[in-house]
Design a protein around this ligand. Sequence first.
Ligand SMILES: Nc1ncnc2c1ncn2[C@@H]1O[C@H](COP(=O)(O)OP(=O)(O)OP(=O)(O)O)[C@@H](O)[C@H]1O
Ligand SMILES: [Mg+2]
Length: 296
Amino acid sequence: MTKVVEIKSLKKNFGSFQALKDISFDIEKGEVLGYVGPNGAGKSTTIRALLGIIKSSGGSAKIFGKDVWTDSIEIHKDIAYVPGDVYLWPNLTGGEIIDMFLHMHGSFDAKRRDELIKKFEFDPKKKARSYSKGNRQKVALIAALASTAELYIFDEPTSGLDPLMEAIFQEEVMRIKAEGKAILLSSHILSEVERLCDKIAIIASGKIVEYGTLEEMRHLTRYEFKVETAQPLVGLDDLPMVHDLKIDGNKAIFQADSDKIQEVLKALVPFTVIKLDSNPQTLEELFMHHYKNGRG
Ligand SMILES: Nc1ncnc2c1ncn2[C@@H]1O[C@H](COP(=O)(O)OP(=O)(O)OP(=O)(O)O)[C@@H](O)[C@H]1O
Ligand SMILES: [Mg+2]
């Protein structure tokens, strides 16, 4: 596997404030990395360091095996980027701005640009000053997606898009992924992250607190059990793998670690199970945990 992005113990201080304390992650070809974390955690700062807009204070960051600071001009030819706040020149039309972005980038696919304009139902003839937030985002998205690049960096690209347009964005991400491109997607839309990403890095207060494949993340989450038995359920609260137990005679609802399902079933069998329902918790619950604990 080829590492497109390789960050090791990256640090960034603004004066005495440590915005990035210890950031490490990789992105390989054909891989989508979800970059998730509370407001102010350091996602955009990481992205700005990767783009060579700001100089890191320590650690290393490489794209295509090259240093992001010293080799930034060369690296940029193969990166497409969509910022969170899209700035547009108010007197130019959307179409003119898309073309300007594309020419600034260098290599692009004009046919794809036209297809994307149609798919995103974008009117390129209007002056940018009249565009809504969603339409401003579409300008940057169309330009990025029509650019020929090996790494696509999206910093909260869909916060202004309606659900239909968000679905189009997701389709496009899957398309570039299938072409073997690497994608860094910072997003607060957890369903989008869950759907698109192969790997997830959760950042809180400038540190990566969780990093792994979606599958590995799922192992961190628990299963919820709903059970009804012939005999009253006793002793469940003594089992170490059972959490948040709510019990009402012959019925119980509880959570259990996902690698302890067999033990849970063994404990239930003696009570004669009548009904059993079990579901993995969503990743959203794991994310929420970090959103709550990762503040400040
Ligand atoms: N130029 C700067 N000077 C001083 N502090 C900065 C600067 N840029 C960012 N910061 C601080 O670094 C921290 C990380 O900010 P960053 O924009 O990376 O967060 P984020 O994870 O992208 O948040 P959001 O989800 O709101 O976009 C914040 O506390 C921010 O105030
Ligand atoms: Mg940000």
